[in-house]
Design a protein around this ligand. Structure first.
Ligand code: GLA
Length: 384
């Protein structure tokens, strides 16, 4: 979707040009999965697919919004923001307004349209893109004094406190702060980050399994709770950990045999994944893409076997990818239970790769995979 399309959509809905047009990208995570809510490390990139907002200030307290992706209108008063149980997708917009006001920002009513081309429920953070785009929309419209990191943390709060899912900060942070041609190495404990340049001879290819499972959000919460329980158990055995971030693979090996085997598996994924992110950043910075790719493969095995958030479709896509000579590494990306894989592919072979994997997937499971060659893009507030 292009800027012109959202401007036209606004004009069609409200009869005048919009005062403000903004966009925020989706993201794909290269490595560091299910580590963010354990105060660990992540390495996402923003992708060249966006949620756009176009809108105009009103002189009352009403928000009138047209959601292009749902072909629906919603309306609410800023003085009474309730959760919408019939249209759960509308809660991202409502949540952002509620959180901004709770943080002391003075909002005014607006007429707006929003929508874009980030695939939904595919693990590419379309909801974080809505939250960040909505935040930036209010920021620009009302000149609110909000900086990029604050926009990311408030967007996450909308998801945690209003929508009610205990996600980490990765998605909103990437959508707000990522940089073109770079991956974003983020420490989710103190939100310090570093941009790591990507090489242009390697393409980031995303394969969408097309599978969406309702259990994704309930299982996400289960994992979140298991991680907390694992920290409690580890402290009980004499470690002093605030989160799994504080535990090393060696420490876990030492006390692991005394832990509940399921909690040990969950903890082992997070603890080894944190180490893999650190190693991955080092190999990327040293130009060792073979090593970087092997770490992606190891991440998938750990998500599949220890964290148990993969599924047959994702495993098939990863296996097909790993059989290609042009592939440096492949794994599931995002929360899991469906959604996408991320693949590091030699650029000149990206199209051939897409064709072979899509054909193999069709043959193995009679399902269609959509394949996107992604451009690492600027976050909504890159540099600001
Ligand atoms: C979802 C959440 C993120 C993160 C990933 C898993 O995308 O929104 O915060 O936990 O799952 O890495």
């Amino acid at each position: 979707m292009e800027r012109q399309a959202i401007v036209e959509a606004f004009r069609a809905a409200f009869g005048s040009p919009p005062q403000v047009v903004v966009r925020a990208p989706g993201r794909v995570n290269l490595i560091g999965e299910h580590t963010d809510y354990n105060e660990g490390y992540v390495l996402p990139v923003a992708i060249d697919r966006y949620v756009w907002f176009a809108g105009t200030h009103r002189h009352d307290r009403l928000v009138r919004a047209r959601a292009l992706d749902f072909g629906a209108e919603i309306e609410f008063s800023l003085d009474d923001i309730q959760k919408d149980s019939r249209r759960p997708w509308a809660n991202y917009l409502r949540g952002v307004a509620a959180v901004l006001q709770a943080a002391g920002q003075r909002l005014a009513g607006a007429d707006l349209v929003y929508g874009g081309d980030v695939p939904r429920e595919a693990g590419l953070s379309s909801s974080a893109a809505v939250e960040v785009a909505a935040m930036v929309f209010w920021q620009r419209l009302l000149r609110l004094p909000l900086e990029a990191v604050e926009i990311a943390t408030l967007s996450r709060r909308a998801e945690n406190e209003f929508v009610g899912v205990p996600t980490g900060i990765m998605d909103q942070f990437a959508s707000a702060c990522a940089r073109r041609d770079h991956a974003l190495f983020l420490d989710c404990r103190d939100l310090r980050y570093r941009l790591v340049p990507l090489r242009d001879d390697v393409a980031i290819v995303v394969c969408n399994s097309g599978v969406k499972r309702a259990l994704a959000s309930s299982e996400y919460e289960v994992r979140w709770r298991q991680c907390r329980a694992a920290v409690e158990a580890l402290n009980h055995f004499g470690l002093r950990a605030q989160s799994l971030r504080d535990v090393t693979p060696a420490q876990l090996r030492e006390v692991g045999s005394r832990m509940d085997p399921l909690l040990l598996k969950r903890a082992r994924h997070v603890v080894t994944e944190n180490q893999r992110v650190l190693d991955a950043v080092r190999s990327l910075e040293q130009g060792d893409l073979q090593q970087f790719g092997s770490l992606l493969n190891a991440s998938h095995a750990s998500l599949r076997d220890d964290y148990e958030v993969s599924c047959r479709e994702l495993d098939v896509l990863v296996e097909l990818a790993q059989q290609q000579p042009s592939v440096l590494g492949a794994r599931m990306t995002g929360a899991g239970f469906g959604g996408c894989t991320v693949n590091l592919v030699r650029r000149e072979c990206a199209e051939e790769f897409a064709r072979v994997v899509a054909e193999g997937y069709q043959k193995a499971l009679h399902l269609q995979a959509e394949v996107y060659v992604c451009q690492a893009s600027d976050g909504a507030l890159a540099g600001g």
